[in-house]
Write a protein that binds this ligand. Sequence first.
Ligand code: PEP
Ligand code: MG
Length: 583
Amino acid sequence: MSRSVTGMSVCSGVAVGPALVYLQQLPKQTLGSLASRAHIPQQQQRFLDAIAHLIAIYEKRLSQLPLDSVKLQTQAQLLEATLLWLDDEDMQQCVLDTIEQYQLTAVAAIDHVYSTHAAEIAAIADPYLASRSHDIRALGQRLCLYLSGQTTDITDIESPVILCCQDLSPGDFMLLDLTNIMGLVLRQCGLTSHTVILARSAGIPCLINCDFIAEGLSSGQNIMIDSQHQQLIIEPEDWRQQDNIAWRAAQLANQARYEHERLIPCQTLDGHAIKLRANVGNQQDIDNSRELQSEGIGLLRTELMFINALSLTDETVQFDAYYQAVMSLQGAMLTIRTLDVGADKPLKAISLGHEDNPALGMRGIRYTLRHQEVLMPQLRALLRAAHFGPISVMFPMLSQFEELDDLLDCLELAKAQLTALKHPFGELRLGLVIETPAAAMMLPALLPKLAFISIGTNDLNQYLHGADRGHPQLSAQFPILNPALLALMNTILQQAQHAGVDCGICGELASAPQATALLMGMGFSEFSVSLDCFGAIKSNILSLRLEDCRDLASSALSLPSLNALTACLNNFNHQAGLSNLSQ
Ligand code: PEP
Ligand code: MG
């Protein structure tokens, strides 16, 4: 009989296939010492076998990579660097000696040697070298997992599976061969975490906060992600699969409708034009957005483009990426956000050290303004790419007036440097992501210096409520569609309109189909949405009358209660025949 585990669906769809349970935690018993010295040679051999196994995997993966995009070149560099560490004879000798000297299991010795080495590297003053410590720790963990029976490495998934993990960092997500990932189940993850954003962009059915471990799921069992009922079904019976066929048929009908609506100009039933753009993290997403007839890109998260890059100081690598993006858009607007490193997006190339509260620490421009060796090449690359087509630049995590002046100074300096080098460049349309309450409060002073703002509802909601956006137990209590956030967004929009500055939304709220009518009714006419929701949002826009949306907004904005707001929206959306998917 089947068993089901409840989760939260963040990217809709059905997936049925074998589970691959990838647990990043080591069983305790593998970390002990050996009962007798007689076992030492066998443990040393196990270690050498594990090294040989991982080298073979990484070499194979490297030989299979077509090097035709920045993402793949970055992956190749990463794999090459990992191979160097694996091949390092001093490290190998150190593990062999530790097994011998302390009479430890291979796993315990690897754990000790790689963690110690990682800690030593983390303490090096050079930030580039220090940032390698994370890789060394991760490599030690991979060796240990292999020796503890976790024989599949996530970079080496060779047949289609539904991947089930405790959590997955955005960097590890980028290493997956997505052609073999039918679905993703995460035990712990927040609704607007960046791994979720990536899964949605790739259109992979995804369940989060789903405790498959408590249900004893193991690799190879047949499972089904049923996003309609927000459940993971272990060993699903045939009837469940049949039941989902009907749902899948409805989904296909929706897809056919979106396909038909793709070429229709994006405007409401009563003729009000709405700008609908896409949120992207790499060139593949940009190409997909072209297929969907997006009016350009409303948010390119550059930290996702370079999340696994080993260095961020190379202007040419960045210029190449932006040049390719701007050329492929053929004159449509490309909105690029400068590097938003930090919080749940650690980058391979940057070592931030330990922070007690990373979401409140060194994030976005707080980091880049202190690290001109990272900011300046990015600004120069953006200016140079703007010579070939329209680019808007926006800065993340601003919370102080002075920060904007500092950024503008950097931009002027970048122009002067390019002029001195006789590099042609174009002007950038200047904007900010409004994602801290402080930035929202200072808008009257900030707006005169800007051409546009874009509301980052994911972080704005997090900082407004003081509730971690990645916290699995808080997702339901502080959804992005809530009275306080709407009230603040209303004020932001009114101030921008008063100052004649464009104001859009790029956070996940713009991608929530149940919010489209309300947001349009409030007066928003620029949305940047995730690719998997693009069709649904456009369909909603085409079927609504702005006048009805305004009536909805004036009632909804007067409701201080989350429940009352949800009921009001559900009622309106139901009557309008729109999607009522929960967030
Ligand atoms: C946001 O905070 O809403 C946003 C768009 O940025 P990110 O999700 O990348 O932090
Ligand atoms: Mg943000």
